[in-house]
Design a protein around this ligand. Structure first.
Ligand code: HEM
Length: 409
């Protein structure tokens, strides 16, 4: 942990430590009883087994074998040539990997091309909000999700957050792309690669003594429940914020946006019996799996500090600086999560953003004339734009690859 992060933790530690939320004492396994009904899923039925105890067996076995037999470099080399949705898995892959990928790249039978097209258009028209919400908001939420923060921190990618953010943004960008699920798009490709990366993490992370110490008794990371948690921190969270900000969203757009994420999480390996059928079902599931587990961890605090530092750095000079960045992050996730992440309070910018953001939204939606938008709003707007630009260009020139080791200690 570098000195700056340690200092931030110590500075914030007094207040939060008193609440019993600091560090190793974090209740990483605090969860509600799983009562969510498979009747509310896209499958409409299911055994109702708690997804806490379900992983992704077939790909988990496959990738464990790829790692154990020393095939990771060979597979990654082939994966680099796999770039389009309509492309069969490369012939040079080991047969078992190719067979899996050719199955895994099929869209579910319930995927609806028209809805995916509507979602793509929606992503285009609402790209500004969605990128801010998924990029900054989702990022800050993820570091308050203990299992995710710790899995990321102790896996290979945790040692190089610059690269990790770049790689993660590849899927984020792909989901928001106009051709996401079209033949020439790459959402299927990135989702299937991510599914294999997650399988690798399930095989590797249990051998990390540092992770095992803080896993709260979880023996294998990235359960189906964990993936759903992250899904809500992206899809359900973003949709909730759009409503809160009164961004006009038609019922067809809302439905299509849900569909896009339903298909994506299916492609990431989540069983249909756990994928919410409606936004109401999603909200109910989110309340059960996401809300109770949000808390502060040393790893999450350090990752937040790195992420915010990168964000401020990328978008300077002449743009966003760290206090504005902190305040924007606090605005997006709210005080409770921001305090968990130890994002410093920035009274001036927080007040400014709370005042100007609704005006910016109203202006963008044609509900407020330009002269009524306060000049400082454009500083905030520019900061968000610069961030989006950096977020969207980061992934270029990098590729999602299967790790063969944990974070070097
Ligand atoms: C890797 C997305 C859920 C932990 C990745 C990557 C993407 C991604 C795009 C590849 C980039 C990279 O290699 O760094 C997602 C999405 C999720 C999800 C969209 C859910 C909707 C989770 C959860 C956890 C997790 C729940 C842990 C609890 C990791 C780790 C890596 C990874 C540790 C890679 C580690 C390494 O670089 O060695 N994820 N993820 N992910 N994900 Fe996820």
């Amino acid at each position: 942990m570098d000195g700056l992060s340690r200092r931030n933790i110590l500075l914030a530690g007094g207040a939060l430590g008193a609440l019993g939320t600091l560090g190793a004492a974090s209740p990483v396994s605090a969860r509600s009883l799983w009562t969510w009904s498979p009747g509310d899923s896209v499958a409409g039925a299911g055994a109702g087994v708690d997804p806490e105890w379900v992983w992704d067996d077939e790909v988990d076995r496959l990738i464990a074998s790829v790692i154990d037999r020393g095939d990771v470099a060979k597979v990654n080399e082939q994966l680099r040539t796999w770039t389009r949705n309509d492309q069969a898995a490369p012939a040079g892959l080991p047969q078992d990997v190719r067979e899996f990928m050719d199955k895994a790249r099929q869209l579910p039978s319930w995927a609806d091309r028209d809805k995916l097209e509507t979602a793509a258009e929606f992503n285009k028209t609402r790209g500004f909000y969605l990128n801010v919400l998924n990029g900054i908001g989702g990022g800050m939420l993820s570091t308050a999700i203990p299992r995710e923060a710790r899995a990321v921190y102790y896996s290979k990618g945790g040692a190089d957050m610059e690269d990790r953010v770049a790689k993660t943004s590849i899927l984020g960008f792909s989901v928001g792309d106009l051709n996401a699920y079209r033949a020439d798009g790459d959402c299927v490709v990135q989702a299937v690669k991510t599914r294999m990366v997650h399988a690798a993490v399930r095989h590797l992370l249990p051998t990390s003594p540092a992770w095992s110490q803080v896993s709260g008794g979880q023996k294998i990371p990235i359960s189906q429940a964990d993936i759903l948690v992250t899904w809500h921190s992206l899809a359900t969270y973003a949709r909730g914020k759009l409503l809160e900000w009164k961004v006009p969203v038609s019922p067809a757009e809302s439905d299509a946006y849900l569909h896009l994420w339903q298909v994506t999480v299916h492609m990431l390996g989540v069983q249909d019996q756990y994928i919410p059928k409606t936004w109401d079902a999603a909200n109910a599931q989110s309340k059960q799996v996401l809300d109770p587990i949000l808390t502060s961890t040393n790893e999450g605090v350090e990752l937040t500090d790195i992420l915010l530092g990168q964000l401020a750095e990328q978008t300077s000079p002449g743009g966003i600086d760290r206090p504005l960045c902190n305040a924007l992050a606090r605005y997006l996730v709210g005080d409770r999560v921001a305090d968990m992440d130890r994002i410093p309070q920035e009274p001036f910018w927080e007040k400014t953003i709370a005042t100007v953001w609704p005006k910016l939204v109203a202006f963008r939606e044609g509900l407020l004339p330009l002269p009524l938008v306060p000049p400082l709003a454009w500083t905030v707007d520019e900061a968000a734009r610069q961030y989006i630009l950096a977020f969207l260009t980061k992934g270029k020139g990098t590729a999602i690859e299967i790790p063969d080791t944990n974070r070097p200690s």
